[in-house]
Design a protein around this ligand. Structure first.
Ligand code: CUO
Length: 686
């Protein structure tokens, strides 16, 4: 990576400190042209520049002076405001800033305009827009972004941690510092029944994945940035899987599935108190107390004047469109929602992205749902409060209402799926291929997944703008599982050929302890892996490690710090970024329970015909670590089937159970998830 590119990444360091201050571990200093300094520092410009210049033990980074495009509305979001991708005005100015960065002719010009804007625009907006631009410019695609938690730990950890970290940094020299512990249960007590799910909702890795997913799939920016292959369908599928996983975890802990938020006039009983402070605004994220109701929004500052009625009108129009299977275009013509592409159109319409076929008619349902919920405490801005955690994709998954809202969004998508033709046995089968056995190998007991708590340490000093410098570790406790292998035997009575192995898992019983009807259980299947297999004639044994999952990225990559965890080699570097997107490996397997023999599940394996699945494209050197949820950068989604196949549609006539659904190329195995309740001692990611 060229030094200009490496230097761009340093702009993400300590976002509240001026750009002229030393950056990076090596204390480099940007040689900022005096005319770039913010107005209030211009008259002391010489002193500032020479003072920090002297501290530049790592050398100076030259910054060329160029003529900067007008920033206009972008500056209307104050530096100490919070920034939300869901608020239309914020998305609009983010789109403008992204376009400025994308429009720069060279990396040097980009560095120059980035240096100029860094201390002028809102820090969250700056980080988001520059990240999107770096991901999408052809000359910066090989730049690795630091994990977002490194720049903004305030969005992930209890606000108390920052003051403890400051104290530690002041008193204890680097090397002797001990990690600061984030207690496992800091947002509520067990008096709140929903609190048992905090380990999932507040998991750092899950929230980082969600932030990164929306960074990779922005819904507003230049068309070439937004218009990715099947992005609307992936919006549906990735969030459907989040819901399936959350419901799975709920059943493990004895709670019932999430109730979709269907009546938008009704009080919401589940409260949430996030205990996060925004480092930028120095304000707390507002709490959502119990039994609040949505109100019409009238927030002039954010340019949001919207009624709950509008949400309802959009919903009705979308449902009408689904049931008529026709979209009305802006010119009044209609287009059919087709069997395979219809879901992609709906994803863009419901989310909504700029690819929505008709935003005037179908509105902005999902995004504005986030906004209505995030302003529930101050709908007309009389208390001058900002939005709650659900208004920000970095923090939204912490709040129980996120899941009730997304359960509703998923319900709309499922309305469409339920009117599609059912898969026939012929479409599901792969004649001559029979799955004969499935085993999970992990520890002593067979077909048992073992889960436990794990402590891990992450250095968050890059987001903490105080002296003295040096690593400041925080220690957090998260779910983890013992690594395992699948051992699958498959008989192929025909010639050598290829298949796609699809592995899913669902709870065996519903919340009442009854066996499932297939039509309900199909929503509960979580994808664990999907990969191509070469089948020779006769008996085949497939062995696959849990760490190879097409859903997850390794722990180190979730929390990556670019100076220490940079992958080797040029080809890999280019794609490292996309790899920041992916479900965290430590959350691959749900928690299970401590009972004997454990939480009972069904592990499902299907070998489908690769001739019907495969996408012919070159993936050499490309990071496709987590392609199930994140796709592959600059390539087609690597599976031609509808996402979620074979569980994405209602079953054929006469199928009431999973057993009846099976064709010979499918099988399921009873398995259990056994949670030990023990806590494993730390591992460290520097
Ligand atoms: Cu990811 Cu609602 O889309 O949060």
């Amino acid at each position: 990576m060229s030094s200009a590119k490496r230097n761009l990444v340093k702009l993400f360091d300590r976002p509240k400190e001026l750009v002229v201050m030393p950056k990076g571990d090596d204390n480099t200093v940007f040689d900022v042209p005096k005319e770039y300094l913010p107005e209030k520092y211009k008259n002391v410009g010489n002193q500032i520049v020479s003072r920090f210049g002297e501290e530049a033990s790592g050398g100076k980074i030259p910054v060329t002076t160029i003529s900067i495009p007008p920033l206009g509305e972008i500056l209307e979001l104050r530096r100490d405001d919070n920034f939300s991708l869901f608020i239309p005005k914020h998305r609009k100015i983010a789109g403008q800033l992204i376009n400025i960065y994308l429009g720069m002719r060279s990396v040097d010009d980009l560095l120059s305009v980035a240096v100029y804007t860094r201390d002028r625009v809102n820090p969250y907006l700056f980080n988001y827009a520059l990240s999107v631009a770096l991901l999408h410019r052809s000359d910066t695609k090989n730049i690795d972004l630091p994990s977002f938690i490194r720049s903004f730990p305030d969005k992930y950890v209890d606000s108390k941690i920052t003051s403890q970290a400051r104290e530690e940094a002041n008193l204890v020299p680097t090397g002797s510092r001990t990690p600061i512990e984030i207690p496992k249960d800091f947002t509520a007590s067990n008096l709140e029944p929903e609190h048992v799910l905090a380990y999932f909702r507040e998991d750092l890795g899950i929230n980082l994945h969600h932030w990164h997913w929306h960074l990779v799939y922005p819904f507003e920016a230049a068309l070439e940035v937004v218009n990715k292959n099947r992005r609307g369908e992936l919006f549906y599928y990735m969030h459907q899987q989040i819901m399936a996983r959350y419901n799975f975890e709920r059943l493990c802990t004895g709670l019932k599935r999430v109730e979709r938020f269907i009546d938008w006039r009704k009080a919401i009983p589940e409260a949430y108190f996030p205990k996060l402070d925004s480092a930028v605004s120095s304000r707390s994220y507002p709490a959502r107390v119990a039994n609040q109701k949505l109100s019409n929004l009238k927030r002039e500052l954010d340019q949001i004047v919207q009624d709950v009625d509008d949400l309802e009108r959009w919903r009705d129009r979308i449902l009408e469109c689904i049931h008529s299977r026709r979209v009305t275009n802006p010119d009044g013509t209609t287009t059919e929602l087709t069997e395979f592409e219809g879901i992609d159109v709906l994803g863009n319409m419901i989310e909504s992205s700029i690819l929505s076929p008709n935003r005037d008619l179908y509105g902005d349902l999902h995004n504005m749902g986030h906004v209505f919920l995030s302003y529930i405490h101050d709908p007309d801005h009389r208390h001058l409060e900002s939005f709650g955690v659900i208004g920000d994709s970095a923090t939204a998954m912490r709040d129980p209402i996120f899941y009730r809202w997304h359960a509703y969004i998923d319900y709309i998508f499922q309305q469409f799926k339920s009117i599609l033709p059912r898969y026939t046995s012929e479409q599901l089968n792969y004649p001559g291929v029979t799955v004969e056995s499935i085993n999970v190998e992990s520890g002593k007991a067979r077909n048992t997944f073992n889960t436990f708590w794990q402590e891990s340490d992450v250095d968050l000093s890059r987001g903490m703008d105080f002296q003295p410098r040096g690593a400041v570790f925080v220690r957090f406790t998260h779910l983890n599982h013992q690594p395992f292998n699948y051992r699958i035997t498959v008989n192929n009575s025909g010639k050598a050929r290829q298949g796609t192995c699809r592995i899913f898992m669902a709870p065996k019983f519903d919340e009442r302890g009854n066996p499932w009807l297939f039509k309900d259980q199909r929503h509960m299947f979580i994808e664990l892996d999907r990969f191509r297999v070469d089948l020779k004639q006769g008996q085949n044994t497939i062995i696959r490690a849990s760490t190879q999952s097409s859903v997850t990225i390794p722990f180190e990559r979730t929390f990556r710090d670019l100076d220490t965890n940079r992958p080797e080699g040029g080809g890999n570097l280019e794609q490292f970024n996309f790899c920041g997107c992916g479900w965290p490996q430590h959350m691959l397997i749900p928690k299970g329970n401590t009972e004997n023999p454990g939480f009972r599940c069904e592990l499902f394996v299907m070998i489908s015909n690769y001739a019907d699945d495969g996408v012919n494209q070159d993936l050499t050197g490309i990071c496709n670590d987590a392609d199930s949820f994140c796709g592959v950068k600059d390539r087609l989604y690597p599976d031609r089937r509808s996402m979620g196949f074979p569980f994405d549609r209602e079953p054929r006539q006469g199928v009431d159970t999973l057993q009846q659904f099976l064709t010979p190329n499918m099988r399921f195995q009873d398995v259990v998830i056994k949670f030990s309740g023990k806590t494993l001692r730390p591992r460290q990611t520097t």
